[in-house]
Write a protein that binds this ligand. Structure first.
Ligand code: SF4
Length: 232
């Protein structure tokens, strides 16, 4: 337990150090002792993925078939983050590949992008049995993977898919999805990443009335990206 805690603390420290280091715009800040990259550099996405494959930080390692690390453009400007893999994802080891995934692909294409241009993943990398909500200790154990992914990819916009993902990214347990969506949040230590929360595609399949608000959220995301100079 003490070793796990030490690993989590180290992971979080590396994440914060990486965010405080030089950004995409090389040379934007003069290199000083304070702004130098961390002594222990972050792993590459591939190395992080490899590490996750054998992860036993929480009990979900006992019931998973595959670790679903996420996939897409390692330099994506936009990340879509759900809560956890479902049955199809667990079987295939890939995110959003079932019916909900097909709908997400259509949603991404509707704003002029492809799956290959964005990065798609989940907060948790292993499926909770029966698709139950993740336990707080499971989310806490897995969050460092997502934090490292974000630090490595350096997206401009994150779209949280669903209530659990929105709550975890906004660190506001208990908040309803309706209260989280409709806003563009300044997110991260320096507030430079934009965060948008919308309904999970699986919820849209169950409740067709959610499709309109999702489309409104995607137009908001597209407008934000265009305002940043994104060509969509
Ligand atoms: S859910 Fe995350 S923390 Fe838990 S075993 Fe899987 S990869 Fe590790």
């Amino acid at each position: 337990m003490r070793r796990e805690l030490a690993m989590l603390t180290r992971d979080f420290r590396q994440y914060v150090q990486a965010l405080e280091g030089p950004g995409r715009d090389e040379g934007r800040r003069p290199e000083t002792a304070e702004s130098r990259p961390p002594a222990v550099p972050l792993k590459s996405l591939d190395e992080l993925c490899e590490e996750a494959q054998s992860c036993v930080r929480c009990g979900l390692c006992k019931t998973r078939r595959n670790v679903v690390f996420g996939e897409g453009n390692p330099n994506a400007d936009i990340m879509f983050i759900g809560e956890a893999p479902g049955r199809d994802e667990d079987l295939q080891g890939r995110p959003f590949v079932g019916r909900a995934g097909q709908l997400l692909t259509k949603i991404i294409e509707a704003i002029g992008l492809t799956r290959e241009e964005v990065f798609i993943g989940n907060v948790l990398k292993c499926r909770p049995p029966g698709n139950r909500d993740p336990e707080p200790e499971e989310s806490a154990a897995c969050m460092p993977y997502l934090e490292k992914q974000i630090a490595l990819i350096q997206p401009k916009i994150i779209c949280a898919l669903g209530r659990i993902s929105g709550q975890l990214l906004l660190a506001s347990r208990g908040r309803s999805l309706a209260s989280m969506r409709g806003n563009v949040y300044d997110w991260g230590p320096d507030g430079k990443v934009k965060l948008i929360v919308t309904y999970h595609p699986a919820a849209c399949l169950r409740n067709l009335q959610y499709k309109r608000p999702v489309w409104e959220d995607m137009k908001r995301l597209r407008d934000e990206y265009r305002a940043m100079g994104g060509a969509i």
